[in-house]
Write a new protein. Structure first.
Length: 211
């Protein structure tokens, strides 16, 4: 497995700006371009995936709505939520969409386990849940075998905007965050630990794909 370049972006980056940057990176990369992992946060925004139903946005209020080309339905991004975008050449890495998705979920589950929090998968509903409440969402786009988009982890944020939508197209789906489960875990430390767990989880997942 070749090294992945990790880029940690400070501040809040507009969703559309990052979306266009991911698309440009993926379109211009070649067989030698190193894979990248972007860790960042967005200002408040609702994003509509390719399978989204407009009816799942109940009342956006002042929060902008952006159409995205990722998989999945509608979700919310905002300050205090870590987002990791994975720009991976899957065939070169020996990976599939399934192993990449599994690796992202495993990373969040192992991260939570560091503090004794039990995270779970849910069949047919990608992401990670704690006691039935969603704490992490996944969404990918694959072009010519290269991925972009990734995962978001609710860390220390205002969860109220989730009440303005059906999160991931699921009415009445509760959401939670790391801070509510472990208030003494600093935002930055969670982001750093998530990167560590993701690196390990992807290595394990990709090795399984090669067996």
């Amino acid at each position: 497995m070749k090294p992945v370049l990790v880029r940690c972006w400070p501040g809040l980056l507009p969703y559309y700006t990052v979306l266009e940057a991911m698309k440009e990176f993926t379109a211009q990369r070649d067989a030698e371009t190193p894979d990248q992992c972007w860790l960042l946060q967005h200002p408040p925004v609702f994003t509509m995936g390719r399978n989204a139903d407009p009816g799942d946005i109940l009342d956006p209020g002042p929060i902008p709505v952006v159409q995205s080309d990722r998989g999945g339905k509608v979700t919310y991004h905002g300050p205090g939520q870590w987002v990791i975008y994975l720009l991976i050449d899957l065939p070169r890495m020996g990976a599939t969409v399934r192993t990449l998705t599994s690796g992202m979920e495993e990373a969040v589950i192992r991260l939570l386990a560091r503090r004794g929090i039990v995270g779970e998968r849910r069949p047919g509903a990608p992401g990670v849940y704690v006691n039935g409440a969603k704490i992490a969402s996944l969404g990918l786009r694959i072009q010519r075998g290269r991925s972009y988009h990734g995962l978001s982890l609710n860390t220390h944020m205002d969860l109220a905007p989730f009440q303005r939508i059906h999160p991931c197209g699921m009415p009445n789906l509760p959401v939670t965050q790391v801070h509510d489960l472990c208030p003494d875990w600093p935002l930055r430390a969670v982001g750093e630990a998530l990167l560590e767990e993701l690196a390990g989880a992807l290595q394990r997942s990709f090795r399984k794909g090669e067996e």
